[in-house]
Design a protein around this ligand. Structure first.
Ligand SMILES: [Zn+2]
Length: 320
């Protein structure tokens, strides 16, 4: 079995090389749903990434899908300059994030073909996506969600790429797991259920963990998120339930004002500055290394060869 690799914007790297990972964030994002808050400034992205690196960040996984201004042309230079691995995404968000006509143009088999092309050939020449991002609806899966998830599963089977799911307000995790894993045959270890911090119901989270999917907690970079204060209780509940190896943590900076260096939010640097040291303090070094390094590497590694990852010793690096 070959060693697991992660597909970054500068090419494939061994999954053991990622360092500490911000498992869900955005350097570039442009949506009609967030007017005036576009992340479209390469210099601002560069500043944020440099600060993330200075504090000990090793990899940033950008969950910005097709058509939302991913900055694919800029990402390789940003990655090189900051010394931070960047994983870009293909995939499709909810329809409300696109101008009229964009989603309609991808009807039928075109969507899965687009995903596969961006994963294997490139978003732009030489810059390939390393994961597939799709989205659910609130407390259910609408036709758009089912269509995009079917295309994502098809692209996963063709490429081995992980599927990251935006759960609307953290809801519908069981429905997503059932569709992707039970119905469409995607291994739960290739699925990240994101935004669980927005629905911090401990009992529901423990039940969801039984699906075997990775559990993504994001949102602490968004000052307006009322559930931020539940993050560590939710993590503690899952760690107590023996689910440490499924936990992921990301910043999910989606608005320009949420950046640390050019905005007034905590941004991606909030992870190395506050959250990672706190994980270590509250849950111990093993749990912190699992959440920030091992789980993240495993979650975004191509499905082929992933089995070896946990057997490799990972250098623990103490964040500042
Ligand atoms: Zn996001």
């Amino acid at each position: 079995m070959s060693a697991p690799v992660v597909r970054t914007v500068l090419g494939d790297v061994a999954a053991t090389e990622l360092g500490r990972v911000d498992a869900h964030d955005h350097l570039f994002l442009r949506s009609p749903a967030l007017p005036g808050e576009e992340l479209d400034d390469a210099a601002a992205a560069q500043a944020e990434l440099a600060e993330f690196a200075r504090l000990g960040g090793g990899t940033l996984v950008q969950w910005t899908p097709y058509g939302l201004g991913r900055g694919a042309v800029d990402l390789p230079r940003l990655s090189r300059d900051a010394g931070v691995h960047i994983v870009a995404a293909t995939g499709l968000h909810q329809a409300r994030h696109y101008p009229p006509g964009v989603v309609e143009a991808l009807a039928g088999p075109a969507l899965a073909e687009l995903f596969v092309r961006e994963l294997t050939e490139g978003i732009v020449p030489g810059v390939r996506a390393g994961m597939i991002k799709v989205a659910g609806a609130y407390h259910g899966l609408d036709a758009h969600a089912r269509w995009t998830m079917r295309a994502a599963a098809e692209a996963h089977h063709a490429s081995g790429a992980t599927i990251g799911v935006h759960l609307e307000h953290g809801s519908s995790g069981p429905e997503v797991a059932s569709l992707l894993c039970d119905e469409l045959g995607v291994a739960p270890t290739s699925v990240i259920l994101g935004h669980l911090n927005r629905f911090p119901d401990d009992r529901a989270l423990r039940e969801l963990a039984a699906t075997g999917c990775f559990l993504g907690f994001e949102g602490p970079s968004r000052a307006h998120h009322a559930t931020d204060w539940r993050l560590f209780d939710a993590l503690a509940s899952l760690i107590d339930a023996g689910r440490t190896d499924q936990l992921l943590l990301g910043g999910d900076t989606v608005v320009a004002s949420g950046r640390a260096t050019t905005g007034e939010g905590p941004g991606a640097p909030y992870l190395p500055r506050v959250l990672w040291p706190r994980l270590r303090r509250e849950f111990g070094a093993d749990a912190e290394v699992a959440i920030t390094i091992t789980n993240a590497a495993s979650a975004v590694a191509n499905a082929q060869g992933r089995g070896e990852l946990r057997d490799k010793p990972l250098e623990p690096m103490v964040p500042q």
